[in-house]
Design a protein around this ligand. Structure first.
Ligand code: HEM
Ligand SMILES: *[C@@H]1O[C@H](CO)[C@@H](O)[C@H](O)[C@H]1NC(C)=O
Ligand SMILES: *[C@@H]1O[C@H](CO)[C@@H](O)[C@H](O)[C@H]1NC(C)=O
Length: 308
């Protein structure tokens, strides 16, 4: 083959390769040839973990949420309150034994989240795969993107809108607070001195206020996000909001607001669990599609806690 012809071919191959990579999309069968058992392996580790740590499913779902919003696991708000890294390590190690260097940490979190939700009685969906892990972490950026429990609805809507997520997504995804726990110190002001009034948050029901004050009287205490069915993934979260039982003001304000569209969604999900499940699954897929690194960008981390 002469040189000119060779260069032409080489360029063509490069174009095809990179053209393809830059358009790469996530797909449910991304690992069907390279690691067909990845999801089964992750599910098995989760199932075993849940026997001793039933809250771990919720913790992994939260990690996935943060990973989608910042795609960097070094965030301070993560470091202080996140659990689940050990389990991710175990999942990664188990997957690496079968298919070394193939499955990204971001994908392991996406698989684990669907597994956690469905194992807790929630919906199932086809998990989109093929994300790669970031090589950089920017803590400042990470903390700016993750909403706080005291944040206003308007501000949360803005933070979600940056990624193309709508109010419908905000309300459906907040339904993940149907399981898991939160630290009492985040709601101290709701219990005693809401916005400097010297009084509790008026949107908090008196019953929930009383039990939360008791639960939270111990240093370092945690409270159930859903006080009624805490380990079950169901639509109870929305009924709680109707009853003034949301844990964070970010929860309660979805119902205790004059934004009629938000109230209407809460009422719909409270009335119809199927509708919540369908919308939750759809929004989780949308959230999982936020700026994924694909193709040859980023890397497949060998250790999920640090870049290679
Ligand atoms: C809408 C804005 C959101 C706000 C303001 C918010 C805030 C919080 C806060 C403050 C905690 C407790 C953290 C701590 O104790 O330090 C928490 C826990 C949790 N969040 Fe959210 N979150 C939001 C959206 C989401 C989304 C979209 C998901 C997943 C789809 C999610 C899943 C969870 C879960 C499952 C927990 C419990 C974790 C555990 O028990 O370890 N959250 N959230
Ligand atoms: C981190 O993100 C912040 C906010 O976007 C930006 O101002 C800063 O320059 C970033 N730092 C690095 C090292 O990229
Ligand atoms: C509940 O929602 C599902 C899914 O959107 C829908 O098919 C069903 O008709 C709804 N059920 C009721 C009673 O409204």
């Amino acid at each position: 083959m002469n040189l000119r012809r060779f260069s032409f071919l080489a360029i063509l191959i490069l174009l095809l390769a990179f053209g393809h990579e830059s358009n790469a999309q996530l797909s449910p069968d991304y690992y069907s040839a390279t690691c067909p058992d990845a999801a089964t392996i992750v599910r098995n580790v989760l199932a075993r973990t849940l026997q001793s740590y039933p809250r771990m499913g919720a913790s992994l779902v939260r990690l996935h949420f943060h990973d989608c919003f910042v795609q960097e696991k070094g965030s301070i708000s993560n470091a202080r309150s996140s659990r689940g890294f050990n389990v991710v390590d175990n999942m990664k190690a188990a997957v690496e034994r079968y298919c070394p260097g193939v499955v990204s940490c971001a994908d392991i979190l996406a698989i684990a989240s669907e597994a956690a939700v469905s194992m807790a009685g929630g919906p199932s969906w086809d998990v989109q795969l093929g994300r790669r892990d970031r090589r950089v972490a920017n803590i400042t950026k990470a903390n700016m993107r993750i909403p706080r429990g005291s944040e206003s609805l308007q501000s949360i809507i803005t933070k979600f809108a940056v990624f193309g997520l709508t109010l419908t997504d905000v309300v459906a995804l907040s339904g993940a607070h149907t399981f898991g726990k939160g630290r009492c110190l985040i709601i101290r002001d709701r219990l005693y001195n809401f916005k400097g009034t010297g009084k509790p948050d008026p949107t908090l029901s008196l019953v929930r206020l009383k039990t939360l004050r008791k639960t939270c009287s111990v240093q370092g205490a945690l409270a159930n996000l859903d006080p009624v069915t805490n380990f079950k993934f169901d639509n109870q979260y929305y009924t709680n909001l109707q009853n003034g039982k949301g844990l964070f003001s970010s929860d309660q304000q979805l119902f205790s607001t004059n934004m009629a569209s938000s109230v209407a969604l809460v009422n719909r999900y409270s009335n119809n669990q199927t509708e919540f499940f369908v919308n939750f699954a759809r929004s989780m897929i949308k959230m999982g599609n936020i700026m994924p690194l694909t193709g040859n960008r980023g890397e497949v981390r060998l250790n999920c806690r640090r870049v290679n």
